[in-house]
Design a protein around this ligand. Structure first.
Ligand SMILES: CC(C)(COP(=O)(O)OP(=O)(O)OC[C@H]1O[C@@H](n2cnc3c(N)ncnc32)[C@H](O)[C@@H]1OP(=O)(O)O)[C@@H](O)C(=O)NCCC(=O)NCCS
Length: 229
């Protein structure tokens, strides 16, 4: 029976190489590799990886302890139960919370003030699942156990409480889709503009329904008047 032998020094070097690549690719503000060690994201993800291993082995207290101590130092609270893929970058990091049942795909970017949280109404899986290459902008809250499709962007300050299709841009409170780059997917064409927007669509549907009801009422009134004449 072969046992997997791990070399912590080699693993650490690999981690530093990968983090350097991720941060240099995604933050134009970095000027030298050494600056990587100044990023809260670097420290938060390093300690999360360790805490997650402990959590998976059932060492919940030490896992939470690492997570909480790291949160005090970096402003990034990642529950050790969260599942996180490769290439996560958390820029700036102040006030970021990633809940226990969150799942994060590869190459995701989060900015300061992001919450991947629950609504308080769900049990079990209660935090969101972000697909690969998702970007969640500063101050956005993604709340609930739904999926944010790959390559989607959540605008700054949005509160997202519903699933997001892949390749979408979502903005506002509550969040709604303003742009879909995947033109092969079915899209709703509005009469007065090209951007598909679920809120606009709903308003158009209500207007049409209202017009239909008005014409039915007019018809009934006419028939009643004819009967009483
Ligand atoms: C959402 C975002 C990523 C832009 O995505 P995009 O796909 O390029 O979208 P656009 O800029 O074309 O905007 C699409 C529409 O959404 C609106 N919009 C964009 N961001 C918005 C926001 N945060 N809140 C409300 N509306 C927003 C735009 O005004 C535009 O509306 P319009 O078509 O009526 O003019 C960007 O606006 C954003 O929020 N960036 C923040 C990034 C960040 O956190 N930076 C912090 C660095 S420290």
């Amino acid at each position: 029976m072969s046992r997997k032998v791990t070399d912590p020094i080699r693993d650490l070097k690999k981690f530093i190489r990968e983090e350097t690549k991720v941060i240099r690719e995604r933050d134009p503000a970095i000027h030298s590799d050494a600056e990587v060690f100044l990023y809260p994201s670097f420290h938060a993800i390093f300690w999360y990886r360790l805490a997650h291993r402990l959590y998976q082995k059932g060492y919940y207290f030490p896992a939470r302890l690492i997570s909480q101590l790291t949160a005090r130092k970096t402003g990034i609270e990642i529950h050790p139960g969260a599942k996180i893929g490769k290439g996560l970058f958390i820029d700036h990091g102040h006030g970021v919370v990633i809940g226990e049942t969150s799942e994060i795909g590869d190459n995701v970017t989060l900015y300061q003030g992001v919450t991947l949280g629950g609504t308080g109404k769900e049990k079990g899986k209660r935090h969101p699942t972000l697909g690969d290459n998702v970007m969640v902008s500063a101050g956005a809250k993604v709340l609930g156990s739904f999926e944010v499709g790959e390559n989607s962007k959540i605008g700054a300050g949005s509160v997202v409480i519903q699933p997001v299709p892949p390749n979408s841009t979502v903005v506002g409170v509550p969040g709604h889709v303003v742009e879909r780059k995947d033109h092969s997917a079915p899209q709703t064409k509005l009469q007065h503009e090209d951007l598909p927007d679920p809120l606009e669509t709903e308003i158009e549907n209500l207007k049409a329904e209202n017009a239909e009801l008005r014409s039915m009422i007019d018809e009934i009134k006419k028939k009643l008047e004819e009967r009483d004449a």
